[in-house]
Design a protein around this ligand. Structure first.
Ligand code: MG
Length: 366
């Protein structure tokens, strides 16, 4: 049984303009399809503008009549497409089947043991941390209900439609509020005398169900996360090797945290002229997504390789046995401090680019 997670960016174009120009934050703002402020069409309105009754599709002249102090920006498609592509990449990173419905709407099909609400929260936080804009996430057992759920608590919403609120939500949603009901379909349905989505459900229960297009698929997303590196020539300086193990461990750990994952199993691959191609792995009692912990485990595992200072050409670190767990609930005070540090590292690297901040020891590998 799969679950759908619908991500819908809030006032996407207007929010991006406010993110790049903080002076516009919180203000009524419209994005015009052309630069002529009095002679164009509103293609996006900020939430402050929406609150005044301004909406996309309206003429800009009309919008300025409602609010003479309205802020105006000409649409910059390149910026919106760029942001949309980055969001798509982030969502692809979670490893679930993904489709996009429009430039600012994405749908993910979840399988397995993932907690959809936790993942929704992680995605919202990630988008906010990276782009300083908000998204609303809806979760339900069909695509259409997931999309409807994303609209229930906009902006910055996170909503679930399940058996407990299904009737309630459908009863208070008019048919024309249902996604895709704007045009003839909606008008046709309304003529039949049906008013709410609940009426529609009673007449056509299959409407809100998902056809099972992928029977037999019960995968759980990514199975492992790994990085490897081939040195320009075989090295036997243990300091350099350890620095590489640490750097690769950090890369693996940041990808795990980004995807809300932690791994029970660490695998180390070492290859060199004397030792051949070695891969050893060990499964631990607790999962981790901490680079230092992965490094310590990797060093412990690689110490099993016979020769003391083997010449190494290739180093690989992989975590598998993955479970969904963005930040592990720390039991001990020391772990709680470390977790605070990891969150800070992630937010710096998310905002300023990977590798902006890293453990000093990895400098040897750079
Ligand atoms: Mg949107």
């Amino acid at each position: 049984m799969s679950v759908f997670l619908h991500v819908d960016m809030d006032a996407f174009f207007a929010s991006i303009e406010q993110a790049v120009n903080p002076r516009l934050k919180g203000k009524p703002l419209v994005v015009g399809s052309r630069g002529k402020r009095m002679h164009t069409v509103v293609c996006a309105a900020s939430y402050a503008a929406k609150a005044l009754g301004i909406h996309s599709g309206m003429s800009s002249r009309e919008a300025f009549l409602i609010c003479p102090n309205l802020e105006f920006v000409k649409a910059d498609q390149a910026k919106y497409i760029w942001t949309s592509e980055r969001i798509l990449e982030i969502l692809q990173g979670y490893g679930f089947p993904l489709s996009y419905a429009s430039i600012d709407e994405f749908q993910m099909e979840l399988f397995g043991k993932v907690n959809p609400l936790d993942l929704g929260r992680i995605i919202k936080e990630r988008i906010y941390a990276d782009f300083n804009i908000t998204a609303s996430v809806g979760i339900a057992e069909s695509r259409i209900l997931a999309k409807l759920a994303s609209k229930l608590d906009k902006p910055d919403g996170l909503s679930l439609i399940d058996a407990s609120n299904f009737k309630d939500v459908l009863s208070r949603t008019c048919l024309d509020e249902l996604p895709g009901m704007g045009g003839k379909t909606g008008a046709g349905l309304i003529k039949t005398g049906l008013k709410t989505c609940w009426d529609l459900y009673l007449n056509l229960p299959g409407f809100f169900k998902e056809d099972d297009k992928n029977p037999g698929k019960s995968d759980e997303g990514p199975k492992s996360v790994g990085h490897s590196y081939t040195l320009p020539d075989a090295r036997k300086n243990p300091q350099v090797i350890l620095a590489w193990i640490r750097l690769l461990s950090e890369m693996v750990s940041s990808r795990l945290r980004r995807q809300g994952l932690a791994g029970f199993t660490v695998a180390v691959r070492l290859a060199g002229p004397l030792i051949g191609d070695f891969c050893l792995q060990k499964t631990y009692k607790t999962p981790t997504n901490d680079g230092y912990e992965i490094y310590k485990r990797a060093v412990q595992i690689s110490s099993k390789i016979a020769s003391k200072t083997p010449r190494i050409r290739l180093i690989g670190i992989t975590c598998s046995g993955l479970s969904f767990n963005a930040y592990l609930n720390p039991l001990f005070k020391e772990d709680a401090r470390r977790e605070g540090l990891l969150r800070a590292l992630d937010s710096i690297n998310n905002r300023y680019g990977d590798g902006s901040i890293y453990p000093a020891v990895t400098a040897l590998a750079r």
